[in-house]
Design a protein around this ligand. Structure first.
Ligand code: C5P
Length: 224
């Protein structure tokens, strides 16, 4: 395998309601992070997995993941970007491709991991999985008055894993100014072209209680 995967898993998960940090919330009896790491480890190209855990949970997460796959666990940061940077710093010499994958996308198929990695391997320095936008999108002002309608044919909803040539991601993080919600955003700011590949419905981000219910249903009806 020539791929390292960084898994930011240090978020609180406020939008899921009160409870454990999001990556440790249970889905079909197992933490989201366990589901996510199991699928990452099932992708043949994956050589190294580094998880950024909530600071208070580092030891617990190490124990949790030890039976699932060989994983390095580091303390995350206050922002997602800091968690990714901490994980990136822990990648050993070797892997030339680095993927960044949210623990919250717990049901992401190994095939999507492989397709993102393959696109980087084929020469794209930055690769993101995307889906078409199904809803009509409006821009609104602070008073909820519509400013305009965006042409959704030119929009994409972005998932993870996002894949990068290692040197490109490292340079983008080293130069990072403002915090962004994804790593491709940092790379874009460096002027690096970002290539889109088809995403997967199963790579949904488990953010709200509805998403958790949907994920439970998908697992109960036979998704592995
Ligand atoms: O909050 P959001 O849904 O954007 O979080 C996406 C991913 O980033 C989650 O897996 C979450 O655990 C992780 N995260 C993190 N460190 C933070 C905030 C979020 O690792 N400080």
């Amino acid at each position: 395998g020539d791929v390292a995967v960084l898994v930011p898993a240090a978020g609180a998960g406020v939008r899921l309601g009160p409870g454990r940090p999001k990556a440790l919330r249970l889905l079909a009896g197992e933490p989201l992070l366990v589901h996510a790491v199991r699928r990452l480890a099932a992708a043949a190209s994956v050589h190294t997995i580094v998880v950024a855990a909530p600071i208070a949970e580092v030891a617990a997460v190490r124990e949790l993941l030890a039976p699932i796959a060989p994983v390095t666990v580091v303390p995350g940061g206050a922002e997602r970007q800091e968690s990714v940077a901490a994980a990136l710093a822990a990648v050993p010499a070797g892997p030339d491709i680095v993927l960044v994958h949210d623990a919250a996308r717990a049901l992401t198929p190994p095939a999507l991991v492989e397709s993102v990695a393959a696109a980087v391997r084929s020469g794209h320095d930055a690769v993101i999985p995307v889906l078409p936008v199904v809803d009509t999108i409006k821009e609104v002002d602070a008073d909820e008055l519509v400013l305009g309608t965006v042409d959704r044919r030119a929009l994409r909803a972005v998932q993870t894993p996002q894949g990068f040539r290692r040197s490109v991601l490292a340079a983008a993080h080293a130069a990072a100014g403002d915090a962004l919600t994804d790593d491709a955003g940092l790379v874009e700011k460096q002027g690096v072209p970002v290539f889109c590949v088809p995403g997967s419905d199963h790579a949904l981000k488990i953010t709200r209680p509805f998403d958790l219910a949907l994920a439970e249903h998908l697992l109960a009806t036979g998704l592995r």
